[in-house]
Design a protein around this ligand. Structure first.
Ligand SMILES: Cc1ncc(COP(=O)(O)O)c(C=O)c1O
Length: 418
């Protein structure tokens, strides 16, 4: 059994111990050690470049989390960073009023994203999903919301309910991805009071395998929304500027009323947007208040404009689909060699290796051993979240990764031999 040595993570652990004295739990949310494999993954990073990360102990990784999604080009992409630095140095980015880049970016979105007519810019994905629901409620004068997928940490949709009064989410009903019947049932009960159906158009549920839309699913949701007069919102915080320049709505040919974009739009800088049909979006200008000190800051607009320029100029998404497609084909061959219950789901730009439930209940052990073997080999995937491919992943990165996955599965296969 070809095991490899555990990483030296002593500095990460020291910093974590210090962090627990100043920050509740040391680090928050999805960055907690318990969201990885405790003792095997670093907790603090020092720097990154391209597809690579280096932790505070000097361990280097080929990274497939891409900052949990915003890194579509690569870490420290010079053209984007230079554009932002120039803006900050020569003009400034935080002012009393709005700078003109808002208009440029909103106009660009109308060219790229099928449903885009009017846009409201914010900072985070959670800001934007929450704004989209508020806009839909104001437009329809209705309260109920149907939702499918992770939409961030705000009260109406957060998974962990601690600190959230029930009344703040009691009008929000969850339906399963690819389950049109369940949505039909919910709408039969609440349809005439439903303001919005908000969903990820591609299935990427937390901790679980990924799902593409079954034939007719997205079209079915679209027609249910129309039938009941509910606003259809696609949450494309992960899929926007990743599956296609116009997002999953372009890839699958189903146009929502509103879409929420964030992450990949600006290669790591904070900006998000709700964009969509003018009639619905007008509610945002007339009936409600969306504002933050930081929403007009232009660093995010500049980063987004430059990122989009590069994505178009260098056909970045074609590159990701092509090399990612070859990589996934190779991974499928490797996975098929080992009878350990590993499953590869997703598509070239975003994919996940999970482990099927087995009779002996060994899937969790297999999964943890698999991901442990990968991180020890310097390959940064995690057991609880799918990976991404970015522009700066090289063929060599992908070859090294495929080899590591082969070795990690061989290890699991030998350890769990029946
Ligand atoms: C589909 C989706 N929607 C919304 C969000 C929330 O975005 P943020 O973390 O920027 O608030 C996320 C974040 O992972 C997401 O994946």
């Amino acid at each position: 059994m070809k095991d490899v040595k555990k990483l030296d993570l002593s500095r990460s652990l020291e910093l974590f111990e210090e962090a627990t004295r100043f920050v509740p739990g040391g680090v928050l949310g999805a960055r907690k050690p318990s969201d990885f494999i405790e003792g095997e993954y670093p907790i603090f990073l020092e720097y990154g470049k391209g597809s690579r990360l280096t932790d505070v102990d000097g361990n280097e990784y080929i990274d497939f989390l891409c900052g949990y999604g915003p890194i579509i080009l690569g870490y420290r992409e010079e053209e984007v960073d230079e554009a932002v630095i120039r803006q900050i140095r020569d003009k400034g980015f935080c002012f009393t009023l709005t700078q003109r880049y808002q208009n440029e970016l909103a106009k660009k979105l109308t060219e790229l994203v099928p449903c885009s007519e009017l846009s409201v810019f914010l900072k985070t994905g959670s800001d934007a999903t929450t704004a989209s629901v508020r806009i839909a409620r104001a437009y329809t004068n209705r309260i109920q919301v149907m939702r499918c997928g992770y939409h961030g940490w705000h009260d109406w949709c957060v998974e962990m309910k601690g600190g959230v009064p029930e009344k703040l989410y009691e009008d929000v009903h969850e339906f399963r991805y690819n389950d049109l019947d369940q949505l039909e049932d919910l709408m039969a009960r609440y349809g005439d009071q439903t303001a919005a159906i908000i969903m990820t158009p591609f299935g990427h549920p937390l901790h679980q395998k990924m799902e593409e839309p079954k034939p007719g699913f997205l079209e079915g949701v679209r027609s249910i929304g129309d039938r009941y007069g509910a606003v259809l919102v696609f949450d494309e915080v992960r899929t926007g500027f990743r599956l296609a320049m116009g997002g999953a709505q372009e890839l699958y040919g189903v146009t929502p009323d509103l879409v929420v974009l964030g992450k990949g739009m600006a290669n790591g800088y904070a900006i998000s947007v709700v964009t969509g049909k003018a009639e619905v979006m007008m509610a945002a200008g007339q009936k409600l208040f969306i504002s933050s000190t930081f929403f007009p800051n232009s660093d995010g607009y500049i980063a987004a404009l430059k990122t989009i320029e590069i994505l178009e100029r260098d056909n970045v998404l074609d590159n990701i689909w092509e090399k990612g497609g070859r990589f996934l084909t190779k991974l499928r061959e490797i996975i098929n060699k080992y009878d350990v219950g590993a499953e590869l789901t997703g598509v070239a730009p975003m994919f996940f290796i999970t482990f099927k439930k087995d009779e002996a209940g060994a899937q969790k052990g297999k999964r943890n051993d698999f991901y442990t073997q990968l991180i020890r080999r310097g390959i940064f995937f995690t057991p609880h979240h799918h990976g991404y491919i970015c522009y700066r992943h090289t063929e060599q990165d992908l070859d090294i990764t495929a080899k590591a996955i082969d070795e990690a599965l061989a290890y699991v296969s030998e350890k769990y031999q029946k």
